[in-house]
Design a protein around this ligand. Structure first.
Ligand code: B12
Length: 207
């Protein structure tokens, strides 16, 4: 997987996508391939932070990763074809336009049999509240990749509580930690895989 990590980090689009296709067709684990791409993205982020990569590289990395995930996510087939297990509202919080991770969470939840209401990016707090009221979804997912996204994430959880909506909230995004989760007041945080596990747990309990 080291090779995939390097290809992603070096933004070698053509070679990376070709390798992914070959590995998927050869029956390699899509989750491992996906994780390698994610590690590559972490390196991209680090290089951007150090000034080795420019914003244009960041944009490019986003595009390459999106194409990679479009190849990989159809292979996340656990539970595919099952009847809808329940509804989940998800969006990237206001002020933040990162949506690659959110879209992966959505793809994995859908492939696991959940109905996902995608609110998109830069989503105002009130829109989350409205969407839960409209859909009756018992689970909300909030994505945020910027540290400035944490206060509005907290506002969102507070607003859901103030509206007396009985929902479980999961949050995610590369910089989200246990401390952030506690600050925001969310029920759980984690990866796209974890999102499916949280829902499997919560929907069994609430069903
Ligand atoms: C690609 C990218 C961009 C692209 C985004 C394209 C897109 N359509 O999303 C573009 C170029 C637009 C961009 C813009 C900016 N970016 Co940017 N970006 C990145 C980069 C390199 C990768 C992010 C990514 O897609 N990762 C891959 C996905 C799969 O990972 P993920 O999002 O973490 O998602 C996974 C989990 O976290 C989880 N997850 C995600 N959401 C959710 C939700 C739930 C509910 C759950 C359970 C799980 C979950 O599941 C996913 C799979 O497991 C990161 C670096 C990094 N290491 O994260 C910087 C990074 C996030 N960006 C950064 C910055 C600073 C910016 C800009 C401010 C740059 C600028 N000066 O303009 C702008 C912000 C614009 C805005 N208002 O949002 C910083 C943030 C620093 C900070 N502490 O706030 C980072 C960390 C880079 C860095 N190290 O400096 N960026």
């Amino acid at each position: 997987m080291e090779e995939l990590i390097t290809l992603m980090a070096e933004l070698e689009e053509e070679q990376l996508l070709q390798q992914i296709e070959e590995r998927l067709t050869a029956g390699e684990d899509p989750h491992a391939i996906f994780e390698a791409c994610q590690k590559g993205m972490t390196i991209v982020g680090e290089r951007f932070e150090k000034g080795e990569y420019y914003l244009s590289d960041l944009v490019m990395s986003g595009e390459v990763f999106r194409q990679a995930s479009e190849l990989i996510t159809p292979y996340f087939t656990e539970g595919a074809g099952a009847a809808t297990k329940g509804k989940v509202v998800i969006g990237t919080i206001i002020g933040d336009i990162h949506d690659i991770g959110k879209d992966i969470v959505i793809a994995m939840l859908r492939s696991a049999g959940y109905e996902v209401i995608d609110l998109g990016v830069d989503v105002p707090v009130e829109r989350f509240v409205e969407a839960v009221k409209e859909s009756g979804a018992p689970v909300v997912g909030i994505s945020g990749l910027l540290t400035v996204a944490f206060p509005p994430m907290k506002e969102c959880v507070d607003a859901l509580k103030a509206a007396e909506l009985d929902v479980k909230v999961m949050i995610g995004g590369a910089p989200v930690t246990a401390e952030v989760c506690q600050y925001v007041g969310a029920d759980a945080f984690g990866s796209a895989n974890d999102a499916v596990e949280f829902c499997n747990k919560w929907f069994v309990v609430t069903a």
